[in-house]
Structure formats: structure tokens, C-alpha cells
Design a protein around this ligand. Structure first.
Ligand code: FMN
Length: 373
């Protein structure tokens, strides 16, 4: 007799692209979780543009190159990874699967890449670290941070992440306030009571937050996160950690220049279209950011990455790596660790094929000559 678990494992293994994994992931979620994962801000123009921006870019492939051995290995902040594809931070993996962030961390580690853990995870930093570091010499984890009004809470999570083995701190800079994801407001998104927020919620429990006026997350976040943060506050962060700092949410050459001046790496992102609607798509913002930092820092990108050719285009514009937000969540919802691993593997195989068909065998060879401007 086949069990439901076997059937869903088989369905997962039969998927041939990320859209099919997304369909399985969506089917596994209730309305509260699904709306939280899919939503973008307001009219979701930026959410759509992230995908459309990639599709508009056309490739200029080269022929008659020996492509019998394509190698997708690279480094992220000096850490060797098997692919230039990693996992972006997203809150509440417990909504997707009972293994929550442990499933994501194991899936990323199995494929030899990095997971970025959100401050708002349902699993404590230390347990996720253990799962992420379960393959010695592979993978690793970065920790994402919001700066709180109560700086001692931020300092405490930074110290915990550093002690647990995080290789970078990712400070999210595009969310002094949360964007209005209207379905979550309308239907009053709530975290189910069995899920905690063990990194951030020690002193202010999400469970106690008022939901009568809209999304519980928004009300929680507004009370916790410091809206006065400026470039001057980076000195405070430097004072509490020796880890590299990555600024996530940069979209302009001006801010990229300031990031480089402050010794920070740059993560091009519009938060998956969840913050400022009609903001520029991630892939369209990437070239000016790469030009502005001019090799002083690493540059990463997230937003709309769903195909190997998307990864290739971001690398061709100068990104060191790309990160998956929703795609990793769909993998997790569709099959836990195996779903995340399958997602990463499929995308990397698509990248490998796209590189071969472009006449490129290493990621270092991917340059702007590949893209028609
Ligand atoms: C459900 C969800 C939760 C997210 N939570 C966080 C978070 O806690 N911190 C953060 O910096 N970004 C968060 N993000 C943004 C992602 O890190 C990333 O920027 C975005 O999802 C990339 O776009 P993509 O979903 O098209 O790949 C979240 C995104 C989603 C979809």
C-alpha cells in the first residue's frame, strides 16, 4: 500500500521545473500561509516585474566551445559553494512544513550551499546552525537581522548567531515599516499558536499581539523595529560583531556607493516585491549597483529567480550569487528537506545547461557580453 507521504515524494520527484514544485507547494498550504507567502505590496507591480525583468533580457550565446565540463562552483564571501544559488531569509518556515527551518537548512547543506536564516524564524538559531553546518566543508549559514528599538535584543541575536557559526550578518535595510500586503491585512494574517519566534520574541511574544486591526505580523513588527536607523548606525553594528555585514535591499548606485564606503557587501533586492510597490525590479537595478561598487564589495541579488537563465543573467551582470525567497519556500512546502534540495538541484542543472548553451564553462566567464542591451 502506498502512503500519502510516498505519493507526495513521488509527485515531487516527477517535477521538472520550479513552477511545478510551486504548484505542489501551494497545494500543501492553508489560505493563511499561502497568502503570506505569495503576497506582494499593493498592486504587486514590482512582484511581477522581478520575473518580467529577467524575461525581457535576451542572451547572446557563443558557439563551438568545448562545454563537456561545466562547473558551477564558486564562493560566497570566501566560502566555497557548489552553486551560485543560495537561500534568502524568509520568516516562518513552520507555516510550510513541520521541519520548518531545519528542513531548509538541511536541503541547502545537502546541495553544498548557504542558507540565510531570518530573525523571524520558528526555530532557534542554534538548531538551524547545527543543521546548516551538518556537511563539513559545505554550505554554511548567514543570519538576517532587523535593528530593534531595544538594541540589546539585536546585540543578543547577533552574538548568538556569531557563536553558532554564522558567516555573515545580513542587515535588511528596505523595511523600516512593512509594506502593505493587502490580502494579509484583509484576512488578518496570524501565526498559528503552535509556532514561536524564538530569536526575536523572547521579550515580546507575537502571540500576545493584537490582530483585530489587520496583519498580526505588521503590528508586531511596527512595535519592535527601529525606524530611525541610518548609515550612522552601522558603526554600532560593527561594534558588536566581527562578521562581514551585507546590506539587503539596495536598489541604487547611490546607496551602493555608500555601502561600499561603509565596508558593507551589497544585496540587491526589493524584498520580493513586498515593500515599495513599483520599485525597480532587482535585475534592472543590478548593473548600476555592480558598476558603483566597482569590485570593492561582493554583490548578490534576489527577486524573481526561477530559471537557470535568470541565474546566468544575474551572474553575467556581476552578481556573485543569487538567492531564492519563495522558490525555497515552495520546495519546503512540497517536500521538506527533499523539496528544498530538489529545487536547488533543478535550478542548478538548468544553470549548467544554460552555461553550456552559451559556450561558458565556469561562472567566472559569465560577463555582460552575454546580454543584449
Ligand atoms: C514569505 C516571505 C517572508 C520573508 N521574510 C523575510 C524576512 O524575514 N527578512 C528579510 O530580510 N526578507 C524576507 N523576505 C524577502 C526575501 O528575503 C527575498 O528578498 C524575496 O523573497 C526574494 O524574492 P523571491 O521570493 O521572488 O525570490 C521574505 C519573503 C517572503 C516571500
Amino acid at each position: 500500500m502506498t502512503t500519502a507521504a510516498q505519493t507526495s515524494r513521488e509527485a515531487l520527484q516527477q517535477t521538472v521545473n520550479l513552477a511545478e514544485i510551486e504548484a505542489l507547494g501551494r497545494a500543501a498550504l492553508d489560505q493563511n500561509a499561502l497568502e503570506y507567502y505569495v503576497s506582494g505590496a499593493n498592486d504587486e507591480v514590482t512582484l511581477r516585474e522581478n520575473r518580467d525583468g529577467f524575461a525581457r533580457l535576451k542572451l547572446r550565446p557563443r558557439m563551438l566551445v568545448d562545454v563537456s565540463n561545466v562547473d558551477t562552483r564558486t564562493t560566497l564571501l570566501g566560502l566555497p559553494v557548489d552553486m551560485p544559488i543560495a537561500v534568502a531569509p524568509s520568516a516562518f518556515h513552520g507555516l510550510a512544513h513541520t521541519d520548518a527551518e531545519l528542513g531548509t537548512a538541511r536541503g541547502a547543506a545537502a546541495l553544498g550551499t548557504v542558507m540565510t536564516l531570518s530573525t523571524f524564524s520558528n526555530t532557534p538559531i542554534e538548531a538551524v546552525a547545527q543543521a546548516a553546518l551538518s556537511r563539513p566543508g559545505k554550505g554554511g549559514f548567514w543570519f538576517q537581522l532587523y535593528l530593534y528599538r531595544q538594541r540589546e535584543i539585536s546585540a543578543e541575536v547577533v552574538h548568538r548567531a556569531e557563536a553558532a557559526g554564522a558567516r555573515a550578518l545580513v542587515l535588511t535595510v528596505d523595511a523600516p515599516f512593512l509594506g502593505r500586503r493587502e490580502p494579509n491585512e484583509r484576512n488578518r494574517f496570524t501565526l498559528p499558536p503552535h509556532l514561536g519566534v524564538p530569536n526575536a520574541g523572547t521579550r515580546q511574544e507575537l502571540a500576545g499581539v493584537e490582530t483585530a486591526t489587520g496583519s498580526q505580523l505588521v503590528n508586531y513588527f511596527q512595535g519592535l523595529v527601529d525606524k530611525t536607523v541610518t548609515w550612522n548606525d552601522l558603526a554600532w553594528l560593527r561594534g558588536v560583531t566581527s562578521l562581514p555585514i551585507v546590506l539587503k535591499g539596495i536598489l541604487t548606485a547611490e546607496d551602493a556607493e555608500l555601502a561600499a564606503q561603509h565596508g558593507c557587501h551589497v544585496w540587491v533586492s526589493n524584498h520580493g516585491g513586498r515593500q515599495l510597490d513599483t520599485a525597480i525590479s532587482a535585475i534592472e537595478a543590478l548593473p548600476e549597483v555592480v558598476d558603483a561598487v566597482a569590485g570593492r564589495t561582493e554583490v548578490y541579488l534576489d527577486g524573481g529567480v526561477n530559471r537557470g537563465t535568470d541565474v546566468l543573467k544575474a551572474l553575467a551582470f556581476g552578481a556573485q550569487g543569487v538567492f531564492l525567497g519563495r522558490a525555497a519556500l515552495w520546495g519546503l512546502a512540497a517536500g521538506g528537506e527533499a523539496g528544498v534540495a530538489h529545487t536547488l538541484n533543478l535550478l542548478n542543472e538548468e544553470l549548467r545547461l544554460a552555461m553550456a548553451l552559451c559556450g561558458k564553462v565556469t561562472v567566472a566567464e559569465l560577463g555582460r557580453d552575454l546580454i543584449r542591451r
